[in-house]
Ligand binder design. Structure first.
Ligand code: DGJ
Length: 738
């Protein structure tokens, strides 16, 4: 029979008709092509597809720019035999694999059964669609282990959320030794560069790049917490992609415990990116009938470079992740007393600072460490959440009342998961910490980690915070966490259940945050961990902002903030203006420079206001008012990193554009003038080319010949010349649509 074009079209129509299509009101669509056994998700500018192969394995088929609705993805098939040495399983692009059948790459899940079997091969069983989520069930070829994969595509960004739930439907307990949320496959190519973030205390968010080559790069935390040594984020770009052009695949994990993201290129040059619980020291004992859910792993595709990849992440965070999503309130300007007072807090001292803070337009006054128990240094008191009577003889009420009378709300520092051995709590409950019988209890910052996986510890922490929030009019908690784990034992449970602490601790941490938010819906929370040690999409779902770094040197911050915004939105990036010279580098910076550096995120003041002169208050009052006028654009707009501060650059510049493109703000910095070179012309991005924008400078000056009103096209192509000379100069210019 001659197959005519009309017959082909008819056949396609029949196949589409027997497929299951689901187009959600949200704008994403999920489609199952039953004939080819292909699942396809579409949203925004992205298509994601996978299929069931002839053996029943789930295979990745496509992840990239959106395909035409009429495009049919061919079915998944077992790859042709290559050599007899490596089992075929290693060539299959498995969406989610059990460790079994001779697999040499990162598996989705690895399990040890009580009879010693450790082989697991997952085959497709069924699927269902509930709301915007596609559920795909896989089952081992022999044992009653069922893994349910979740897929959800964000309509606004095309970012896919994946996670897996492993159910033990056998009659015996099993131990899960590895559990990833997802494996993502990139298109077959040798042409990739990995970008990732690394750091240390006071030096977060270094940007690193390395070619993707045969072998594996592991980004991870083994610390029980997110950590700042790697951020749980990756980006892989085509080698020719840069900040503004080219294809980028990127993603981030929603988990605040030990995590791992592995980027592997196998021997046939397939690139796999897997992420989930860190398998190091992992061993989750799962009772019969019980299940374990992995964290969610979010990942997306950008076609306009690393800048667009970041903007997509920011949009996801603002509209889907943050507790107030899709419309977070703007962050208030806050004052924090830490750098001014250290542990020496008391009622008159805090009131004096609050009065000065209010005079410059601060909206939230936060008292940091030192207000409770015997907390006069970091050596004692942690765990005893009772107000220190010497420092606050009448409790916190007089301070809070004064703060309110000054027109601000009140915030308080806590570090609920920690205990100093020199505390009433530890003296009463030495077994409440993470420890191993008979072994040393290694201290960090003179403190031990409470075992939040224990029900009694969870109750203590929740009750202490609930009491604090119920008895005091507190609008904000700065929730700190100042050390990583050591000796992560849990002697109160059976030896083979102790490693469950890696999961149960974090689930209880999230549970406490959830319950507190529910009971005290107006309280906002900041995630802090010796600076930026606990920033991930998991904690971001339950907190309103994060502390970026203990390094508040405004020049160092340009680089730290540039790294931060690769993954995280400026809306949550807390940035304080502190004293000069800074404790970090003894570097002297003008107050205006310090303000402009901090105004690129969520503005705070952390300076000792008792040392300020009248002109400092005047500068601060003016810039706080300017910030309030632009903050919605800065916090919730689209960020364009125009000039990078990395690699010893002498300049840097960022631009934020409001979602409706009616407003934009340019921040520009000069490290040091050399050889009389002028500041390079700055070309704006993301404006409406046909609209007219009027400009005014918040700080610094531009060339007097610059038109005050010009088109978006003019600002993007002709640009703006800023007049900056000398060392550590800064300028900020606002663009408003006429
Ligand atoms: C570490 C934080 O990062 C600081 O901002 C401060 O809150 C101290 N802890 C207090 O101990």
């Amino acid at each position: 029979m001659r197959v005519t074009r009309a017959v082909v079209v008819m056949l396609i129509a029949i196949i589409v008709a027997i497929g299951d299509a689901h187009a959600a009101a949200s704008g994403q669509s999920i489609h199952f092509d039953q004939a080819n056994k292909v699942f396809r998700l579409d949203a925004a500018k992205v298509t994601y597809a996978f299929g069931v192969d002839d053996k029943g394995r789930l295979q990745s088929l496509y992840w990239g720019p959106r395909l035409d609705a009429s495009d049919r993805l061919p079915p998944a098939v077992t790859p042709p035999k290559a050599d007899g040495i490596d089992g075929d399983i290693n060539r299959v692009r498995q969406e989610y694999s059990g460790w079994g059948g001779g697999l040499y790459y990162e598996p989705g899940v690895k399990i040890t059964f009580p009879d010693g079997n450790r082989d697991l091969e997952l085959h497709y069983q069924s699927y269902s669609i509930k709301g915007d989520t596609l559920y795909v069930a896989l089952k081992d070829i022999e044992r009653a282990i069922v893994v349910t994969l979740e897929y959800e595509m964000d309509a606004g960004t095309g970012i896919v959320r994946r996670s897996a739930t492993i159910s033990n439907q056998t009659a015996t307990p099993v131990v899960i030794e590895q559990a990833n949320a997802a494996t993502w496959f990139l298109p077959r190519s040798r042409d990739y560069t990995l970008r990732f973030l690394s750091g240390r205390w006071a030096g977060e968010n270094d940007i690193n790049e390395r070619p993707v080559q045969p072998g594996k790069t592991v980004l991870e935390s083994r610390r029980g917490t997110t950590g700042m040594q790697n951020e749980p984020w990756f980006a892989v770009r085509r080698n020719d992609a840069d900040e503004t052009h080219g294809q980028v695949w990127f993603g981030a994990l929603a988990w605040s415990g030990s995590w791992q993201i592995a980027i592997e290129q196998d021997q046939v040059e397939q690139v796999r990116i897997s992420g989930g619980f860190n398998p190091f020291d992992f061993g989750y004992k799962l009772a019969p009938g019980a299940s374990l859910s992995t964290p969610s792993f979010y990942a997306g595709v950008a076609t306009d470079g690393l800048g667009e990849a970041s903007r997509l992440m920011h949009r996801l965070e603002l509209t889907k992740i943050l507790p107030q999503a899709p419309a977070p309130r703007v962050r208030p300007v806050l004052y924090n007393s830490w750098e001014a007072t250290g542990f020496k807090v008391d009622e008159p001292g805090q009131i004096a600072l609050a009065e000065k803070a209010a005079s410059i337009g601060v909206e939230r006054f936060v008292m940091d460490d030192g207000w409770f128990g015997a907390r006069n240094s970091d050596k004692a008191g942690l765990g005893d959440w009772v107000v220190n009577q010497q420092k606050f003889p009448h409790g916190l009420k007089p301070l809070i009342d004064r703060v309110h009378a000054l027109g601000m709300d009140f915030g308080l520092w806590v570090e609920p998961e920690m205990v100093n051995p020199d505390s009433d709590l530890y003296r009463a409950h030495p077994d409440w910490v993470l420890y191993m019988n008979g072994r040393p209890r290694t201290e960090g910052r003179n403190q031990l980690v409470l075992n939040l996986a224990r029900a009694d510890v969870r109750a203590y922490v929740y009750n202490a915070l609930d009491k604090l929030l119920s008895e005091n009019d507190i609008a904000f908690l700065k929730w700190d966490y100042n050390r990583s784990w050591s000796e992560p034992g849990w002697p109160a449970v059976a030896p083979d259940e102790q490693k469950n602490v890696y999961v149960d601790f974090i689930r209880n941490y999230y549970g406490i945050l959830q319950e507190l938010r529910k009971k005290h819906p107006n309280v906002e929370i900041e995630s802090c961990s010796s600076g930026g040690g606990r920033i991930d999409l998991g904690v971001m779902h339950l907190t309103d902002e994060v502390w970026t770094s203990d390094n508040t040197d405004a020049f160092d911050r340009l680089r730290i903030q540039d790294g931060f915004t690769q993954a995280w939105t400026p809306a949550v990036m807390m940035a304080w203006v502190t004293d000069s010279p800074t404790w970090v580098n003894s570097r002297t910076l003008s107050l205006e420079y310090r303000f402009l550096s901090s105004m690129q995120g969520s503005l705070g003041i952390g300076a000792d206001l008792n040392k300020w002169q009248p002109q400092d208050f005047a500068t601060a009052r003016r810039l706080v008012a300017e910030y309030k006028a632009i903050r919605k654009t800065v916090q919730q707009g689209s960020l364009y990193r125009l000039v990078s501060p990395q690699n010893g650059s002498e300049q840097s510049a960022t631009e934020s554009v409001s979602p409706d493109r009616a407003h934009a703000v340019l921040f520009a910095f000069l490290h040091s003038s050399t050889e009389n070179y002028p500041y390079p012309t700055v070309h704006l991005q993301g404006l409406d080319a046909n609209a007219k924008y009027r400009i005014h400078a918040i700080a610094g000056t531009f060339d007097p010949r610059t038109p005050l009103v010009a088109s978006g096209a003019y600002w993007m192509h002709a640009g703006i010349d800023l007049l900056m000379r000398g060392d550590f100069q800064a300028a900020a210019v606002v663009f408003d649509k006429e």
